[in-house]
Design a protein around this ligand. Structure first.
Ligand code: AHR
Length: 513
């Protein structure tokens, strides 16, 4: 008997423990809002191999198939993500960039030093036309980050006129001379970047006043259509920054306030991208999940000054930041991407979906070969990272009707510390399909989620899952398909009760009709 009890206990422990979670999915008769597709935006900076070698390989490249110098493999992959907007040319680079250096015949363009990123020579062969034409190729909206720190008001006003003015003017004449008749009509404009840091080390008050001046001239006074001006926002938990911007900037001069937050363990000791411990993982996820609190608190400040929620919170830089890969230029921020990154992406996007009343735009940092990239390239080779797959699985939420999903999560514990194990979000698309995305960040335990459905009678459920054998798994140029989405069979629907069994460290997107 003693032996039988012991074997039973051993069997139980070998099965691993099972977290129990409950949730409610509500399908309101009159849904209040949609999830803006712009939450699923990307970011391309002149940093390391993001532009050169990542997006752009040059018009004369004979080894890598391209269209006007832009890699065809990258265009095909990004089209599948349905990239809604792409931010360019920085980041910190934006405040050193003078757009007139990047127009006209390529062999006559001046070179500059990329002072923030590795001190390399930038030959300006990828400039305004190259970027905006590439956006057309990708079917994405451009988001131009203007230079406020080393630029001039006139320079930024000229850029708006160059890209957007259809009539006859000095800048539209120049654009036509450079081969483009029709304006691109760029809607999204950033006024500086990280003005509290690389963008000029300004105080919030000083920046807000400067912003007012720039925004006055970055306007639609030339009938360029409604521009969407985004103020350089807070660094993570700098709530005073948001408060000052909201107080000082008149509402008719601003459409979006930015926020930057990276999931980082410690800025002086970021830890490796692949060879990390569970302690590293826990600390990264703690920083990533802090996004929920940040969004809530910055939104609450914005609510005080803008209760009608006219101004968007634009999280235009987010993602995991680790040490660079061994033997790579430290200024190039090249890092691998594992299932940990899938956990960051799934959880962060759930936060954005759930706060889509205020968060209406965001940009993952960055698209290719830099930080939490969706694509890595090595000469003619290209691979899709776990983050790519999460972005692809989640694109069902783009412009879909937001459905409230409240999750009462079990804990993921390590030592004395704990995090919520499960997070999720839900929406209904224009074809009437409901999608529920769920993330279990617990690396050791399965999580069962019992979801009570209110307001709808679904007949079927299907789904896809992204997981792997080990948290550190990643795709390499030799083995590019270690991590890819698979069909998910762990969801059972009975009446208004949906039971989902989430394996450890997994991202699941369910479809119900
Ligand atoms: O994304 C890398 C850098 O991080 C950006 O250039 C800057 O804005 C931020 O500090």
């Amino acid at each position: 008997m003693k032996y039988a009890i012991l074997s039973f206990l051993l069997l139980l422990s070998s099965l691993g423990s099972y977290g129990q979670n409950t949730a409610t999915l509500t399908v309101p008769a009159k849904p209040e809002r949609t999830i803006s597709r712009h939450i699923y935006g990307h970011f391309a900076e002149h940093l390391g191999r993001c532009i050169y070698g990542g997006f752009y390989v040059g018009e004369n490249n004979t080894k890598i198939p391209h269209t006007a110098g832009v890699r065809n493999d990258v265009v095909d992959a990004l089209k599948k993500l349905k990239v809604p907007n792409l931010r360019w040319p920085g980041g910190c680079f934006a405040d050193t960039y003078h757009w007139k250096d990047g127009i006209g015949p390529k062999n006559q363009r001046p070179t500059i030093v990329n002072t923030w990123w590795g001190g390399v020579t930038e030959n300006n062969s990828f400039g305004t036309h190259d970027f905006l034409n590439m956006c057309e190729l990708l079917g994405t909206e451009p988001y131009l980050a203007g230079n406020m720190a080393t630029g001039q008001v006139q320079e930024l006003a000229d850029w708006v006129q160059y890209t957007n003015f259809a009539g006859v003017s000095p800048m539209s004449k120049l654009r036509r001379e450079n081969g483009r008749d029709k304006p691109w009509n760029v809607k999204y404009w950033g006024i500086g970047n990280e003005a509290w840091g690389c963008g000029g080390n300004m105080t919030a008050e000083y920046y807000a006043n400067e912003y007012r001046k720039y925004a006055t001239f970055v306007s639609d006074w030339t009938n360029t259509g409604g521009l969407f001006r985004i103020a350089s926002g807070a660094n993570s938990g700098d709530f005073n920054w948001t408060e000052t911007l909201m107080k000082v900037i008149p509402k008719n001069l601003i459409e979006g306030v930015a926020l930057h937050h990276y999931a980082v363990i410690d800025w002086n000791k970021k830890g490796p991208s692949t060879n990390f411990t569970e302690q590293h993982y826990f600390a990264t996820m703690k920083s990533a999940l802090y996004m929920e609190e940040l969004v809530q608190k910055h939104s609450a400040i914005m609510d005080k000054y803008d209760p009608e929620k006219k101004i968007a919170l634009v999280v235009d830089e987010w993602g995991g930041w680790y040490e660079v890969e061994p033997n790579t230029n430290p200024g190039f921020l090249y890092q691998q991407n594992t299932m940990r990154d899938a956990m960051i992406a799934g959880s962060t996007l759930n936060t954005f979906n759930n706060h889509s009343d205020r968060v209406r735009m965001a940009n993952l940092a960055q698209a290719i070969n830099v930080l939490q990239a969706v694509i890595l390239t090595e000469e003619e080779k290209m691979l899709l990272t776990p983050t790519y797959h999460v972005m692809e699985m989640y694109n069902v939420h783009q412009d879909a009707t937001y459905l409230p999903l409240t999750v009462k999560s079990a804990d993921y514990t390590l030592g004395n510390e704990k995090l919520t194990a499960v997070n999720g979000s839900a929406s209904r698309d224009k074809n009437g399909l409901t999608h529920v995305s769920l993330v279990n960040i617990d690396p050791k335990n399965k999580q069962e989620v019992s979801i009570n459905i209110e307001g709808a009678n679904y007949k079927t459920v299907s789904g896809r899952i992204l997981t792997s054998k080990s948290l550190q798994d990643h795709n390499t140029f030799d083995k590019p398909n270690v991590i890819t989405p698979a069909a998910f069979k762990g969801a059972k629907l009975k009446g208004n009760s949906l039971k989902v069994e989430l394996p450890p460290f997994s991202v699941v997107v369910l479809e119900m009709k």
